[in-house]
Design a protein around this ligand. Structure first.
Ligand code: BMA
Length: 306
């Protein structure tokens, strides 16, 4: 019998609009990381003006979170791209700095990959606007390859090449190139419509473990679900295994009812010392749930399909 690779926390959601210090519409899709003995979530929060802003919540035990009194003190917009809306951050630690790659919107269809950094989650500094228009789901590897930073991104495609995951490289986090598609239509890892990077990849002895979202179309709209893939340790542009089955899907009210129905979406996967992983996932673009699983079981599931 097939078993679940990820188990949802029984007291989900761990964050919802009612837990915020002011009235907001939605809380979802956090980047997450551990820092100074705390779990930090940098969440998408939609305020009453319908704008997504990034807002931090902190926890000592990983399940009870308290949101800061106000949104994160985001750096002033870059003059070449005066963003109005920020969402879906992925947080990568390199040295003593945390880099956040996020969707930087001018308006709904003019999204670019933005990068800011912080050392303490109190102040943030802009690094770059790191793509042209029509790109998001940026997600930075924690290690360089041949001296270059590496990221996933997801350029918006056309009919022939719809939204797929790509890898790109950079010497300085500003100039990006050597871009190539990684996971794309026509291959078993995409379900129907589109896909994009999820979590910052986890290094294992068998490969980089990536947990990502994939989107199916139904007569009632999209369903967002999660799968996992394993990438070569030497070449993050090479898929060496993947889960045929979904590993997380919407099934409870807090995942099925909200701003967008039937969505689970992740921007993080935090490895724990006991070999498990914690995933703080967006649910129905309204709530945040926690799911946990074993890293070795996810890797074995990926290696079943090579
Ligand atoms: C994606 C992004 C996510 C969102 C998801 C479902 O395209 O916009 O922020 O959670 O759609 O609405």
């Amino acid at each position: 019998m097939k078993k679940r690779l990820l188990t949802k926390y029984e007291n989900n959601p761990v964050m919802c609009p009612a837990m915020m210090p002011e009235t907001v519409l939605y809380t979802f899709n956090p980047g997450a990381i551990e820092h100074n003995g705390e779990t930090i979530m940098v969440m998408d929060v939609t305020t009453l003006d319908d704008i997504h802003r990034l807002w931090i919540a902190r926890s000592k035990d990983g399940v009870n979170f308290t949101a800061d009194p106000t949104p994160a003190p985001w750096p002033a917009p870059d003059p070449i791209h005066p963003e109005t809306c920020t969402y879906d951050p992925r947080i990568t630690k390199i040295g003593d700095e945390y880099f956040l790659l996020y969707a930087s919107d001018l308006n709904q269809n003019n999204v670019r990959v933005g990068i800011v950094k912080t050392k303490d989650f109190e102040t943030f500094e802009r690094v770059s606007i790191a793509s042209e228009f029509g790109n998001r789901n940026g997600c930075l590897f924690p290690e360089k390859f041949d001296g270059l930073y590496c990221r996933f991104d997801r350029p918006f495609g056309n009919e022939l090449e719809p939204c797929s995951m790509w890898v790109s490289f950079s010497p300085d986090l500003t100039f990006w190139g050597k871009s190539r598609p990684l996971m794309y239509k026509g291959k078993p890892w995409i379900d129907g419509f589109k896909m994009g990077a999820g979590a910052v990849p986890i290094k294992t002895d068998k490969g980089w473990l990536e947990i990502y979202h994939t989107v199916s179309q139904t007569c009632n709209g999209f369903i967002y679900r999660l799968k996992a893939a394993l990438l070569s340790l030497d070449d993050p542009g090479e898929v060496i295994g993947y889960t045929k089955d979904f590993i997380l899907w919407p099934e409870h009210d807090y995942e099925m009812k909200g701003r967008v129905m039937n969505v689970v979406f992740t921007c993080n996967a935090l490895p724990q010392p006991d070999g498990t992983v914690r995933i703080y996932y967006g649910a129905a673009d309204t709530n945040i749930g926690l799911a946990t699983g074993r890293i070795d079981e996810l890797v074995v599931a990926c290696l079943e399909n090579q």
